[in-house]
Design a protein around this ligand. Structure first.
Ligand code: ASN
Length: 358
């Protein structure tokens, strides 16, 4: 739940274009507690204090913004599909009042939230920039100030018309990013798509030819379905390991509550030479479950059937996820299953790029 907007700079500039900052938690706003770091409150004031460390010229170049803070602040390891839904609804509700949005989020599941928002906010006509940090705002040398600065700057660029992540000087497409490091400041990567923008010296440069702004047409066509069933486990993620057995796969896929699965296969899309595995997959997809496959390799694509070891997957009804990230593929399955679509439509849409995710 969002609290009423805490108005800051925007109060002084009522007619200027404004950015809405939504604080959900994460290390960026954390403070030491008895059990370790936990999200702290009063983010709006703390953000002003942190940004006052920037050189004066950079402070003056910041867009006016307002901050709202969620009542329940979380470490993003606790985020669920309902968190994604809440954020998409809040952005949708406030869309026309702001020219851009910054979502402050923990880094652990930041790329999952960003990917999900992209599917829910299709046709977005303004920037939604998700950011966080590896060190809390008040820690000396924290990356928080730089990330907030860049996120605000990109959120003020009308040419950016999609969900993006700003982190460590880089602007990444939300559906293309993964968290690649648990400690380094440069924690995110976009393994299969170039950066949408980056910080170059004191400038924040957006590359429009890579963005959705030029590619998509028409008014926003948000899809804001109810994620409650998805939240109860309708989609599972199964990462192969050497020695995986058919009964193990079946345990997941035969459960009637499971409606879809993301499989992370070997290399270019290979599975062990075990007919019983293929049979389990074919049975599940024959029962109408939405099954898709990507690779365990962060870079490159799956080519189902390129190897004999992957032959039979397409016949078993497995959809190729090409070069999608696990985040983008999983949240896409969840998003499609949350809507009243026929299985054929779900399959068709999974294979179609909706927001530059494949
Ligand atoms: N555990 C934190 C979170 O995801 C990590 C971070 O934000 N750097 O909320």
């Amino acid at each position: 739940m969002a609290m009423p907007p805490y108005s800051l700079l925007a109060r002084n500039n009522p007619h200027q274009e404004r950015v809405l900052v939504i604080y959900t938690g994460g290390t960026i706003g954390m403070q030491p507690h008895a059990n370790g770091l936990a999200p702290g409150g009063d983010f709006a004031t703390r953000m002003v204090t942190a940004l006052s460390q920037l050189p004066i010229a950079q402070q003056h170049a910041l867009p006016p913004y307002e901050v709202i803070s969620y009542t329940t602040l979380i470490d993003s390891s606790a985020a669920t599909p309902l968190t994604w839904q809440q954020l998409a609804n809040d952005i949708s509700d406030q869309l026309t009042a702001y020219t851009g949005f910054v979502i402050i989020h923990g880094t652990d599941t930041l790329s999952w939230t960003a990917a999900s928002l992209a599917y829910q906010l299709q046709g977005l006509d303004r920037p939604v920039v998700v950011t966080g940090s590896m060190l809390p705002l008040e820690t000396p040398g924290s990356d928080a100030v730089g990330n907030l600065h860049g996120a605000l700057q990109f959120a003020a660029k009308p040419a950016l018309q999609e969900v993006a992540i700003y982190f460590a000087g880089q602007l990444l497409r939300g559906t293309r990013a993964i968290k690649q490091h648990s400690e380094a400041v440069s924690a995110f990567a976009s393994p299969n798509y170039p950066l949408l923008g980056e910080r170059v010296g004191d400038d924040f440069v957006y590359y429009p030819s890579r963005g959705l702004g030029l590619q998509q047409r028409g008014a926003p066509r948000f899809e804001l379905p109810d994620y409650r069933l998805v939240n109860q486990g309708e989609v599972v993620r199964i990462v192969l390991w050497p020695g995986i057995s058919a009964w193990q796969l079946e345990t997941w896929l035969s459960d009637s509550r499971v409606k879809g699965a993301l499989l992370q296969l070997w290399g270019a899309g290979n599975v062990p030479d075990d007919l019983s595995l293929l049979n389990v997959l074919a049975k599940a997809s024959g029962e109408g479950k939405l099954l898709a496959a990507i690779s365990q390799c962060p870079q490159g694509s799956v080519q189902l059937g390129a190897y004999a070891a992957g032959h039979g997957l397409s016949d078993a009804g497995i959809l190729a996820g090409d070069d999608m990230t696990p985040e983008a593929a999983f949240t896409k399955l969840a998003h499609l299953l949350a809507q009243p679509l026929s299985l054929e439509d779900q399959r068709q849409r999974f294979l179609t790029p909706l927001v530059g995710e494949r």
